[in-house]
Write a protein of this length. Sequence first.
Length: 582
Amino acid sequence: MYDEHLLEVRKPAQYIGLEWNVSRKEFDAAEVKFALCFPDLYEIGMSNLGMRILYGVTNNIPWACCERFFAPAQDLEAVLRNNRLEILSLESRKRLKDFDLVGFSLGYELSYSNVLNILELGNIPLSAAQRDKSFPLVIAGGPCVLNPEPMHEFFDLFVIGEAEEALRELLEVYRQHKEAYQSGRLSKEELLIALAAVEGVYAPSLYQVSYDQQGGVIEFRPAHSRLPLKIKKRYLAELDTAFVPLDWLVPYIQIVHDRITLEVMRGCPNRCRFCQARILYYPFRVKSVDKVTACACEIYKRTGYEEISLAGLSVSDYPHLEELLQQLFNKFDEKKIGLSLPSIKPKLMVGRMAELIAAIRKTGLTFAPEAGSGRLREVIGKDFDEGGYFEVLEKAYAAGYQHVKLYFMTGLPTEEEADLDAIIGLINRTSEARKKISGHPAWVNVSINTLIPKPHTSFQWCGMGGLEEMREKQRYLKSRIKNKRVKFNFHNPEMSFMEAVFSRGDRRLGKVIRAAFAKGARFDGWENHFNFSLWQEAFREAQVDPQFYLRGKSSAELLPWDFLDSAVQREILLKDYNKIIA
């Protein structure tokens, strides 16, 4: 136990558990024990809706028990290592190896080193090949497993797609085989074959990959005839019957999204060519207004939160948004409960919708043009009506809005200097449009990321510019803006570089991740912890060229992730890609 050391670390309340609405199942009575791990700090992980859903789904199974682990901050890690202590679950203070399965949510490629750290702090061998029946199976799901190959050696299984139903089925199969496996009558390989029969489950050790002399993948094949050649992504048929975490955990510390989050939809009706999330959550499905409203009322009763946020890839495209906002407004306005929306489309800011949004958003509006020019927005498939946008801005400024936030990307296919100038032009016009109303320009916060051509998108065959190209475009944009009311936020180019390598990589990157972790890589998704030189050393030692993964790919090439069936056919993506390069 390390409770006696918690006063030595910052925010000790993140390590004590016992939150309001926490599960209180009897650990030893459970037939299957599942450790749910998030490879980042508690304040990040507890803001993740997927974690809350899987926690509730698993604990709703009568014979299963689910407990949580988060990445310890570096001060607690030092305490654990200096005192030779193991990381413990929040609920029952159990060790990681006391569980039957250990599941990680992989939402960001730069959290990979934290996965290894959690395993090591739990005295679990990093390599799946080194783990016998005396250790839990280690599995993963989440957005990153749309290309699981860079992490293949560390995991026994990956769940591809939406995990609610697949995880229940996986735990049931494990339950059926647990006694035979732990008694030695069933080998680990035989257990993995049985678990891989669950649709959407991928066991990397049961598949073999071959490479050509240039490093390209030339063959991917199962080692057993009982295994599928392609792994189908799982998704729920409809959302109204999907599990909703009504027993919403209320932390003792402030977390990043410290509020009720209501999922209104999955998937997206738009066809932005850069968007991997649209593929991950394809097809497009929505929840009914009555279901969302009922869940909002129930979670509010059980928590007392004073803010409700609507979640979805493009909440603007929820087909019943006006009706939903009106219902929520009627239910919660007198209680002074705030409603928050993510970025919205200009076309929403009309009529009654404009009044409702104005009642919800008091300070600023958020829009995502993504590109500065209409030509480039057409290339990337972004639906953004510039004329309607400025009409909306004038009405918003007249209603008292003073701040606007804009999202853009650089490094888009066919991008030219004129497209960068168009970003500056759109920003300046956004700020200056307020002068007509108040005599003063608006404050504009601008977030600019570099495009990463992600797997399973129409851009997956595109190459990506190197570090110097990213830096030069950022320097150019900074030099062109003269408006003091514009604040730029550029994503770190080295972090974008690393995200691209690991999202587009193959199995050979496992030794790079292991080497960087051994050198001290932790919390690489946090700019103040990210150490690019350490990763460069790891690439050199592993004799892996990261630039190889940023190159453009031919349409005939076998991609490292082509064995996954995302429910969007490769041929459709390729046809769309050919429109771009034509």
